[in-house]
Every structure is written in structure tokens, then in C-alpha cells.
Design a protein around this ligand. Structure first.
Ligand code: UDP
Length: 240
């Protein structure tokens, strides 16, 4: 019997940290292909999938600022890193016969289509995976904020935020083995407890626009299936 899907339109954030896999810098193609195989399975279930791409495996604005670069230029380099990652992903999707469109918040003619909500919705309705790159196109923001804004704009049912661990813990589980995994949290609790899962701007955007977030272990992409059918034993749900 066909499983009922809980979240039909998802916005998945793919961080640079994930894309580099076990490498120190750059991109780990074998690692990304494991995720692509899961994405293919989700498409077969009829899911609509948007992917917001990070750039931290290549350059982050805040790191470049520390070595003396002006912040605006640093952030532009960071945003261009998300384009490089996005193109890799786009190419790998092509190799796996997945219909994909890549959009950028700024004009990168000849490389990406310029973001326009109706074009994105049309692509999603036609079963294409949509890759969003270049963040929001403005400095001092993160790709988590971009993921929230695009998630809100495309009316995603859920924002899936992958991390290295199984969800949000009371303290860092890689340091404290007694750290407690939260199953559910409100946006306010995450902010009050300073649970460093994403920046406050992103959380407030999600809260004000009622975009639910699930924080889950991205290093086990097979659980994406359990997440979309609504298995609430996985990850931490942030909502009102
Ligand atoms: N960035 C930006 N504006 C945005 C999104 C990203 O300036 O709207 C820059 C910022 O310098 C950031 C870099 O792009 O450090 C890479 O994004 P992020 O750090 O969010 O990537 P991730 O940590 O997810 O790999």
C-alpha cells in the first residue's frame, strides 16, 4: 500500500559542511551522490523539492573578513561559493537523470536562471528539483535565512535543516554524551535557550511566517523518507 505523505513540498537546506563530506575543503561527489539517490526516491513519491545551497565548504564571509577583506566583498565571495556548489549539484542531478532547474537571486546570465516565484512554482509543479543559489544576494545574511525566505515564498510544508547530529540537544552531544535530544521545541524556546541551531534572523523569519522546521541528521539521508511520511521519532520539530 502506498504510504501517505505528510510533507508534499519540502525545502531542504544543504550546507557546505555536508557537501565537503570527509574532505577538508571542496566537494565530496560520492557523498553527494548518496543524497541524490534519496532525492530520487522522494521524487518517485511525487514530492516537490527545493534545495537551498550553502557555501561554507569553500568560503564564508565572516572568515574572509577576519583576514582583512571588506565584509561586503567577503560575503559576495561566500555567495559565489554557493553558486559553485549549486552547479556541482545541478550536474550530478543531470547525471542521475533528475529534472532540475537552478535559480539565483542575482543576475548570473548564462549560468543560472534569475529567481522568479512563478517560474519556480511552475518548475516544482512540473516535477523538477529546484536549486536556489547565491543566497538572498545581499551581504550579512546566511543561506539559512535564504532557506527560510524561499521556504515561505514557495509555501513549503516544511523546512528540513540537516546537521551532523540527530536533532537539537540540550548541549553539544559530541562533547556531552548525556545531552538530551528534544523531540519538539517552539521557536521561542530555541531562541530563549540559545540553542545555536541557526541564526536568530532565520528563526524569527520562520516564526513570523509559521514555517515549521525539522532539524535532522543529514549524514543519514535515507531518513528523509521517514521524515516526509511524518515519522515524528526522527529529528526535532520546531513550530509554534
Ligand atoms: N551569504 C551572504 N548572503 C546570503 C547568503 C550567504 O552574504 O544571503 C554569504 C555569507 O558570507 C556566508 C556565505 O555566503 O558565509 C556562505 O553561506 P553560509 O555560511 O550560509 O553557508 P553554509 O554554512 O550553509 O555552508
Amino acid at each position: 500500500m502506498k504510504k501517505k505523505i505528510k510533507y508534499n513540498r519540502i525545502l531542504l537546506k544543504i550546507s557546505g559542511e555536508f557537501l565537503k563530506g570527509t574532505e577538508k575543503f571542496s566537494i565530496n561527489i560520492l557523498f553527494i551522490e548518496k543524497l541524490i539517490i534519496q532525492i530520487k526516491k522522494l521524487l518517485e513519491l511525487g514530492l516537490q523539492i527545493g534545495l537551498v545551497i550553502g557555501g561554507g565548504n569553500l568560503f564564508r564571509g565572516s572568515d574572509l573578513e577576519k583576514i582583512g577583506m571588506r565584509r561586503t566583498i567577503s560575503d559576495q565571495v561566500g555567495m559565489l561559493s554557493t553558486v559553485i556548489n549549486g552547479l556541482f549539484l545541478y550536474e550530478l542531478m543531470y547525471k542521475h537523470n533528475i529534472k532540475t532547474r537552478i535559480f539565483s537571486s542575482s543576475n548570473l546570465e548564462g549560468i543560472c536562471d534569475r529567481y522568479r516565484l512563478d517560474k519556480v512554482n511552475q518548475a516544482l509543479d512540473n516535477g523538477c528539483v529546484v536549486i536556489f543559489c547565491f543566497g538572498l544576494g545581499i551581504p550579512f545574511f546566511t543561506t539559512d535565512s535564504a532557506a527560510c525566505i524561499y521556504g515561505i515564498e514557495i509555501k513549503a510544508d516544511i523546512f528540513l535543516k540537516g546537521t551532523k547530529v540527530n536533532g537539537i540537544y540540550s548541549s553539544d552531544p559530541l562533547i556531552n554524551p548525556l545531552a538530551k535530544l528534544y523531540k519538539k521545541l517552539t521557536y521561542t524556546k530555541v531562541l530563549q535557550k540559545k540553542l545555536k541551531v541557526m541564526d536568530n534572523t532565520s528563526l524569527i523569519l520562520a516564526q513570523e511566517n509559521k514555517l515549521p522546521i525539522i532539524v535532522f541528521n543529514m549524514y543519514n539521508p535515507a531518513i528523509l523518507y521517514d521524515l516526509v511520511i511524518g515519522n515524528d521519532k526522527i529529528g526535532t520539530l520546531i513550530s509554534d
